[in-house]
Design a protein around this ligand. Structure first.
Ligand SMILES: Nc1ncnc2c1ncn2[C@@H]1O[C@H](COP(=O)(O)OP(=O)(O)OP(=O)(O)O)[C@@H](O)[C@H]1O
Length: 610
């Protein structure tokens, strides 16, 4: 006997609202229905384990099929099934009342909170009406002596319910696809959707005669059961054609929240080409999204892999997610795990860690800059490398330069180059004084230097070409000048005239005779200001307009060239000064264009002269 009824909800227009607003992605109907089928199958399995179901479980696949001519999609399971009474209870009442409650709440709210409300209602079964104008349920409960039930609903609040002679236990959901949803009748489209959302569901899903999923993906296993090959293989399944990962972290926590997953460190290369949105978020093996922003700390967005947690609220708006306590804890947990893993790698295999540094360095620095807690952890395993290629931790390096690189006011001065080739003359001059020079040429290094100066006590950084080598570290060791004060003044005038450029501030200094005759430097402070201005930072600095270039030209009073310039008559002195100045420019990589051509010609003339 057929029963007709009306679903007891107060809202008539529930479906248009669901269809329009519930999920922006209509394709998720398949995820919802397949995961219901999987749940029903797992429940039956548990009942069998508990001894409450004594029959044969048999094959427990969920089968998805499409019939283009009949315009139907069927999701069939051999799970615990439903009696007519259960359909009334679970489908008519629970699911419908959930939906109507949703609509009631929804209507009351302003636009901003609407978003949040959507996320809090699991609409599971009703998402079918986003693509179907009629839905049928054929179901037979596992309980003995029950009959098959057949339910139909055309998307209004009316339904029919009668018996059916379904032979087998389980549920078939038949969707009669609506005219505006033809795309879902294409097998290729369905396969893509299944691959996206159902690839790791715990019960086999069959489509067109093939099982499309892995029921026990490796993140659900214990690390002890897995080999390195398993992890690498899984990585390559997730990201075909990519280079193998550097290493990985297996996440596994039950309390105070539930989280499993594997995070991989990819080879990042030494560039800022961060590959984001590579982490996939699952809830009990059902794919949810690959937009994990807010769930995963910003600086860990470059990791790859899978996170699975039933505790992450799904489909919620961003602001809600950010404020969610579980999400915050997950965030902290992941950061801690990553820090622990890096610390362990560093401790257990220093050589291997150094080898990987070019790939992980950027990421570690990014973490230190963006998360203070991570800084505290990483400050002991972040590495710096000197121009000779040797790696140091920060404490090691401070110790290393301690003796030789302290200024008179007890500051440790750390010297660095951003381009060891271009700044070679300066690197060399610093090394000649017994100083060590770090390579800090990464895209985040200028920020990193700023951070270290704030955090490390009595430590400053200076680029090797910020001063002449003798002044890089102010030790109060004034060298004697061989020139009289008069000569110095004359020399300064001669050079200023020969150079005739307002951006060049000429100074006569008593450097070592081994130093170059003319050294051009850009003070550290000026260079940083200019860097900041270039990258758009520095706030109010823009007020002053573009900063002028302002270099210091140090004339080495103790170099024989100084004497020669002073002794030369007229034009010859200016020529010599100009030549020496050009050598200074050359060492800084600043000799270009016309000046370079003039220099080459002048040099040739000088070579040809007696
Ligand atoms: N294939 C099925 N076999 C057995 N029972 C089912 C099946 N599909 C749905 N049900 C029953 O209908 C109920 C309502 O399903 P619905 O998908 O709307 O919500 P849910 O699964 O409880 O939660 P969610 O919104 O998270 O999916 C389920 O809880 C379940 O009891």
């Amino acid at each position: 006997m057929q029963e007709k009824g009306s679903i007891s909800i107060h809202t008539e227009n529930i479906f248009p609202i669901i269809k329009k607003f519930l999920y922006s992605d209509h394709e998720i109907f398949l995820r919802e229905l397949v995961s219901n089928a999987v749940d029903a199958t797992q429940k039956l399995r548990s009942l069998a384990q508990l001894g409450e179901f004594k029959g044969e479980l048999g094959e427990l696949k969920v089968k998805v099929s499409v019939d283009k001519d009949a315009r139907t999609i069927t999701i069939a399971d051999r799970g615990l099934g439903m009696t007519a009474e259960e359909i009334k209870k679970y489908i008519n009442q629970i699911a419908f009342s959930g939906a109507s409650e949703f609509v009631e709440k929804y209507k009351e709210q302003d636009a901003a909170t609407k978003d949040q409300i959507i996320g809090k209602f699991g609409m599971g079964f009703y998402s079918a009406f986003m693509v179907a104008d009629n839905v049928e349920i054929f179901s037979r409960s596992y309980q003995e002596g029950t009959k098959g039930a057949h339910w139909t609903c055309d998307g209004s609040t009316e339904f029919t319910l009668d018996t059916t002679d379904k032979a087998d236990r389980g549920t078939d959901i038949v969707l009669h696809v609506a005219a505006d949803s033809d795309e879902f009748l294409e097998p290729a489209r369905l396969r893509t959707i299944l691959n996206k959302y159902c690839k790791f569901l715990p019960i086999e899903i069959e489509f067109e005669g093939e099982v499309i999923n892995q029921t026990a993906p490796i993140w659900t296993k214990q690390p002890a059961e897995l080999t390195d090959e398993d992890y690498v293989k899984f990585y390559q399944e997730l990201y075909p054609f990519s280079e193998p990962p550097l290493f990985w972290i297996h996440l596994n926590v039950d309390y105070p929240f539930n989280l499993t997953g594997i995070l991989y460190f990819p080879k990042v290369k030494d560039e800022l080409q961060f590959q984001r949105n590579k982490i996939q978020l699952y809830s009990r093996q059902v794919f949810i999204t690959d937009e994990v922003k807010d769930v995963v700390p910003e600086f860990l967005m470059l990791l790859h892999g899978v996170i699975d947690s039933p505790d992450i609220p799904l489909n919620v708006s961003r602001s809600f997610l950010q404020a969610d306590a579980a999400v915050k804890k997950i965030n902290t947990y992941i950061t801690k795990k990553v820090g622990d893993k890096l610390a362990e790698l560093y401790r257990k295999d220093r050589a291997g860690y150094e080898e990987k540094w070019s790939d992980i360095g950027l990421f570690v620095k990014y973490g230190m800059l963006s998360d203070d807690k991570f800084y505290e952890k990483a400050k002991d395993f972040v590495l710096v490398q000197n121009v000779a290629g040797k790696f140091f931790t920060l404490p090691e390096y401070q110790e290393f330069v301690q003796a030789n690189q302290k200024s008179k006011d007890e500051q440790t001065v750390i010297l660095y180059t951003t381009d060891a080739e271009a700044q070679h003359a300066f690197v060399q001059a610093a090394q000649d004084r017994g100083y060590d020079v770090l390579n800090l040429n990464g895209p985040l290094d200028s920020h990193f230097i700023g951070q270290l100066e704030q955090k490390l006590e009595k430590t400053t950084f200076k680029r090797v070409d910020a001063e002449t080598a003798s002044k890089l570290i102010d030790k109060d060791e004034a060298a004697e000048s061989v020139l009289s004060d008069d000569d110095k003044t004359r020399l300064q005038e001669l050079f200023t005239k020969a150079i005739s450029n307002e951006q060049m501030h000429v100074l006569v200094e008593a450097l070592s005779p081994q130093d170059a005759p003319v050294i051009i430097t850009l003070p550290e402070f000026m260079r940083r200001m200019k860097d900041m201005q270039r990258t758009g930072g520095g706030g109010g600095m823009q007020m002053f307009g573009s900063l002028p270039d302002s270099y210091t030209v140090s004339i080495n009073a103790n170099h024989p060239v100084a004497q020669r310039v002073l002794n030369a008559e007229g034009e010859a002195g200016a020529q010599l000064a100009r030549q020496a100045f050009d050598l200074g420019l050359l060492a800084q990589g600043m000799l270009k264009g016309e000046a370079l051509t003039a220099f080459v010609k002048r040099s040739a003339d000088l070579l040809a002269a007696e």
